[in-house]
Design a protein around this ligand. Structure first.
Ligand code: ADP
Length: 475
């Protein structure tokens, strides 16, 4: 048998070498193409998994997958669902649970390479935020990187998944807009980052309060509260609890528009709400007494308590209740809002952390002192603040009730947004440093109030003294 004939094009040895080289190059090109396709597939899979897990998170509440929906959502019976335990907040992220797989837009996440970073804004609890421009349009946006969790729950924490899901569903002028979700450039890495591309808003209210030489005017406070409450009413109408309302999560544009941000603690709830939510939510200074007392059945009033704390902070430029830990937080709440009784808060003793609390025996002088602490507020304003800071969650107004409150109809009227002052934007400059507790971190154990002794918190004080010591301008 003769040797296999060479290619009819390879008439010389050099030709044969050239032909082999071309072949090798072709093969290399094919290999690179296959690798690229594999990376793309990986990228799609990651994004789709993120969306799928987020969808699972809310599967309990919603079966048609379209949100927000104003219809009444029913929380399924956990037993019927075979969910015999605990906090569905945690269960949803448990490994091995079947995920509802949602295909669609999430399989087509673009790369973060479409954006050019300008400067860091803040390193937050669950992520990092930077100002960036979209290369194609020059539009300025905020990029928020979601922290990944490679502990026992691998990948994107459920908080990040919910944040994506909820922001994707929300569209309201007082809720920050999510433009898209993009993925980091190295899609072959397992710990590749996921970024939220958010509309860029120049300020957050905490930074403004820290820097402003004069407090907000009463008319400005009313406008800010109205916008905050509209955003919260929209969330509550759509069965979303924010669970981390605080001034650093309220953005303010140069056009006087307020936007609720940071949905890392938020979740959908049904009606009635799931029986066992996690009590470890909301940054300590804004956390309601029922959460501190360990309730796992709660609802919209937890956000309304935070709105009350924000109202107080807008008035004084200082966070209202700055506890050093859970017991100290509870003490500060009792000092301002009074000590609970069966009359002021029926059934509070049944809450997990309330059973062995020691409270002052003498009920005299243990009532709320909100009016005394805010002498500059009108009766309507103090009434609203007092209602928001009711110990009993059922006595707090809903966001819709609050929008109709007399306080907003009284003079001075809310200042129109267009007449709001502008402030120098810190987000366009250096990174911000915060001096406040962070939102609780998932998986951490809540400090128990156990048998904390509050029995002597009012000792040596009379009503007047407790009202004194607050310098407030007239509003
Ligand atoms: P984390 O969940 O990590 O705490 P946040 O969403 O609260 O992150 O953002 C942290 C900070 O970043 C905010 O307090 C705000 O100052 C800034 N920030 C967040 N979103 C935006 C935005 N869309 N535009 C401008 N700044 C933002």
């Amino acid at each position: 048998m003769s040797a296999k004939p060479g290619s009819r094009w390879a008439s010389t040895k050099e030709d044969a070498e050239l032909e082999a080289k071309i072949k090798r190059e072709k093969e290399e090109k094919r290999r690179r193409k296959a690798e690229k396709a594999r990376k793309l597939e990986e990228e799609k899979k990651q994004a789709a998994e993120a969306a799928a897990a987020a969808a699972q998170q809310d599967q309990d509440d919603d079966d048609d997958g379209r949100r927000p929906s104003k219809r009444r959502k029913l929380t399924p019976d956990p037993k019927a669902a075979g969910d015999d335990d605990d906090d569905d907040d945690d269960d949803a992220a448990a490994p091995g649970k079947l995920l509802r797989f949602e295909t669609g837009t999430w399989g087509k996440c673009r790369s973060v390479e479409n954006y050019d970073k300008l400067n860091d804004i803040e390193e937050g609890t669950y992520g990092w935020v930077a100002r960036a421009t979209q290369l194609a349009t020059g539009k300025v946006v905020a990029l928020k990187r979601l922290k990944l969790d490679f502990g026992d729950r691998s990948g994107l924490p459920v908080t990040g998944l919910r944040e994506i899901q909820i922001l994707r569903d929300c569209r309201h002028r007082n809720v920050v807009d999510l433009e898209e979700v993009v993925v980091g450039d190295d899609v072959t890495r397992l710990d590749n980052s996921i970024f939220l591309v958010l509309e860029f808003v120049e300020h957050d209210i905490k930074s403004i309060l820290e820097d402003m030489p004069e407090p907000f005017l009463s008319s400005e406070i009313k406008q800010l509260l109205l916008q905050l409450t509209s955003g919260v009413a929209y969330l509550h109408d759509n069965w979303i609890l924010h669970r981390d309302l605080k001034t650093s999560n309220l953005l303010l544009s140069n056009r006087g528009q307020l936007k609720v941000a940071d949905f890392g603690m938020a979740r959908y709830v049904g009606d009635p709400p799931p029986p066992k939510l996690t009590a470890l939510v909301v940054t300590l200074w804004y956390r309601s007494p029922e959460l501190l007392l360990g309730t796992r059945t709660y609802g919209q009033p937890v956000d309304m308590w935070s709105v009350g704390c924000i109202f107080g902070e807008l008035l004084t430029r200082e966070p209202l209740l700055q506890g050093k830990n859970e017991v100290d937080q509870m003490t500060k709440i009792f000092e301002l809002c009074g000590v609970p009784t069966e009359e002021s808060w029926p059934g509070f003793r049944r809450l997990p952390n309330a059973r062995s609390l020691r409270l002052p025996k003498n009920p005299l002088n243990t009532g709320p002192v909100i009016r005394a602490r805010f002498p500059g507020l009108t009766a309507a304003g103090a009434g609203l603040l007092g209602d928001l800071l009711s110990l009993d969650p059922d006595r707090r107004p809903s966001a819709r009730d609050m929008l109709r409150h007399e306080y907003f109809r009284q003079d001075p009227k809310p200042k129109p947004e267009s007449m709001f002052p502008t402030f120098p934007s810190k987000a366009g400059q250096e990174r911000r440093r915060r001096h406040e507790p962070h939102a609780p971190v998932r998986g951490q154990a809540a400090a128990s109030l156990g048998d904390a002794d509050f029995s002597s918190i009012f000792q040596g004080r009379d009503q007047e003294e407790r009202g004194a010591g607050f310098s407030l301008r007239m509003v």
